[in-house]
Design a protein around this ligand. Structure first.
Ligand SMILES: CC(C)(COP(=O)(O)OP(=O)(O)OC[C@H]1O[C@@H](n2cnc3c(N)ncnc32)[C@H](O)[C@@H]1OP(=O)(O)O)[C@@H](O)C(=O)NCCC(=O)NCCS
Length: 142
């Protein structure tokens, strides 16, 4: 398993996974713009030459705003999400980011468990933040 920086050539594969997992997927252009900004950090996890997971953050004023986290369903619950996010946080800290934040659906128990394991703490609720289906977001900070 290799964790490395997301590159332009990875975007079609990342976008295909994104479309299968999320009800409001990012476009290829969203990913392209995000990886081009040097303040941002985007990673992919590769196994046998295939992308099986990805994540990313926007670096804004010393904060890492984590906005994409996904692991292919057949590879979940093996610690891949944890290793990938730990790498993202480590690289972010090396780049001078002091804190990290994200939003997660209140029903997404596996993601919330993973974020707690990494040291994130719940800091509030954003009412009806998500569409399709409508749901509150839990705001978490590390
Ligand atoms: C959330 C996600 C990235 C986790 O990836 P992963 O590789 O399975 O993560 P890990 O294996 O490192 O950790 C998953 C944790 O959830 C726990 N878990 C799994 N199902 C659970 C459930 N129903 N309730 C509570 N905890 C659960 C696992 O036990 C594990 O915790 P542990 O390490 O303490 O045992 C993955 O499930 C995913 O891609 N989901 C769909 C996209 C998504 O929801 N992204 C997050 C948006 S904010």
């Amino acid at each position: 398993m290799v964790i490395r920086q997301m590159e332009e050539k990875d975007i079609p594969y990342v976008h295909e996974i994104e479309g299968r997992i999320f009800s409001r997927p990012w476009s290829k252009e969203d990913f392209r713009k995000s990886i081009q900004d040097p303040h941002n950090i985007y990673l992919v996890v590769e196994q046998d030459g295939e992308i099986i997971a990805y994540c990313g953050l926007w670096g804004v004023a010393g904060e890492g705003q984590i906005n994409n986290v996904a692991v292919e369903s057949s590879y979940r619950n093996r610690g891949i999400g944890r290793k990938m996010l730990q790498s993202l946080i480590d690289i972010g800290r090396n780049n001078g980011l002091k804190s990290f934040t994200l939003e997660v659906r209140v029903s997404n128990l596996s993601a919330i468990a993973l974020y707690h394991r990494l040291g994130f703490q719940a800091a509030g609720i954003r009412k009806s933040f998500y569409e399709a289906p409508k749901e509150d977001a839990l705001i978490m900070w590390l």
